[in-house]
Design a protein around this ligand. Structure first.
Ligand SMILES: NC(=O)c1ccc[n+]([C@@H]2O[C@H](COP(=O)([O-])OP(=O)(O)OC[C@H]3O[C@@H](n4cnc5c(N)ncnc54)[C@H](OP(=O)(O)O)[C@@H]3O)[C@@H](O)[C@H]2O)c1
Length: 285
């Protein structure tokens, strides 16, 4: 029997990966890695092996990957620490002799101007040097990033951003979990997948669809990068986070988060979720 380990299993993507894996293989073959194993008591009750693992504690990673065949390394969220953290998982995977590892990178990572892409590129380089059999799963922005706060947008009839007319190939976390599990189960390794959503959209189209579904006009207000950062600060985001998001929004106007790749629906074996469905789910609350 092949065993599959998932790092970051307590996270929003990680839990969806566990759910998807449980549809495809016996729970006993699934190893969920968590800093706090108690957080996954619901999965342990289903028969999943929950093991303690901290990207900052290499010994915990060695123990957690013992006897594992295939690993999904979900990137961490400690920006600035991630090359070292991911490197620790890669080293532990080598020591454990895993037969395959898939890593969640960012869409179009090579040559990307996005500030967040740097650590992904560095991790991809570590993988190149590792000698492991691996795939890179380059992920777009989650569709949910755009639908998390639609209530105030509908109320004020406006959605703000700095993306201009740029197109975005987002996908839902559930779509991406399907792609990741497709890779874990079927991919031979040696591939870089660009896991774009099947259909792209612009912020104007997004706002129009929100308005259509909400039954009132909602317009897209395009701002400069610095004005959008101020808008984000105005709704309570800390300045460094606002600056990072505004920069991402601005750069995505130049295609940084756009791709025509159909790797995601091919790997998952199903079409990706149109943005209209993600909007509908968010508006239903
Ligand atoms: N594509 C996008 O739009 C997008 C957006 C945001 C983030 N991301 C990236 O995609 C990843 C997964 O997304 P998500 O939505 O599932 O994020 P999330 O809900 O924030 O989950 C992050 C996961 O990383 C784990 N983690 C953090 N530091 C760790 C450490 N030192 N050792 C072990 N595990 C650690 C967290 O564990 P704990 O439960 O212990 O904290 C959690 O399971 C993120 O971590 C980030 O790299 C992508």
């Amino acid at each position: 029997m092949t065993t599959y380990a998932v790092t970051g299993a307590t996270g929003k993507l990680g839990r969806l990966v566990l759910d998807e894996l449980l549809q495809k293989t016996d729970a006993a073959n699934v190893v969920a890695l968590a800093r706090d194993p108690a957080a996954l008591a619901d999965y342990a009750a289903k028969g999943v092996q929950v093991r303690a693992a901290d990207y900052d504690d290499p010994a915990s990673l060695d123990a957690a990957l013992a006897g594992v065949d295939r690993v999904l390394l979900i990137s961490g969220n400690a920006v600035g620490q991630r090359e070292r953290q991911h490197g620790a998982v890669i080293d532990a995977a080598k020591k454990a002799g895993v037969s395959y590892l898939a890593y969640t990178s960012v869409l179009n990572a090579q040559g990307s101007k996005l500030a967040l892409a740097g650590e992904h590129v560095l991790t991809e380089k570590l993988l190149e040097k590792s000698g492991l059999n691996y795939d890179v799963l380059r992920m777009p922005w989650y569709s949910e990033n755009y639908t998390g706060a639609l209530g105030p947008s509908v109320e004020h009839g406006a959605i703000y951003g700095a993306t201009g007319e740029g197109r975005l190939s987002t996908a839902t976390r559930a779509d991406l979990a399907g792609g990741a599990v497709g890779a874990l189960l079927k991919s031979p390794g040696g591939k870089v997948y660009e896991l774009a959503g099947d259909t792209s959209w612009s912020m104007d189209e997004f706002a129009a669809e929100v308005g259509r579904q909400a039954g009132k006009p909602v317009k897209y207000v395009n701002q400069s990068e610095s004005d959008y950062a101020k808008t984000l600060e105005g709704v309570g985001l800390p300045p460094p986070v606002a600056a990072l998001l505004a920069s991402t929004s601005y750069l995505s106007g130049f295609g940084e988060l756009y791709s025509e790749s159909k790797d995601l629906s091919t790997l998952s074996g199903r079409p990706t979720t149109p943005i209209s469905e993600t909007i509908a789910a968010a508006l239903k609350g």
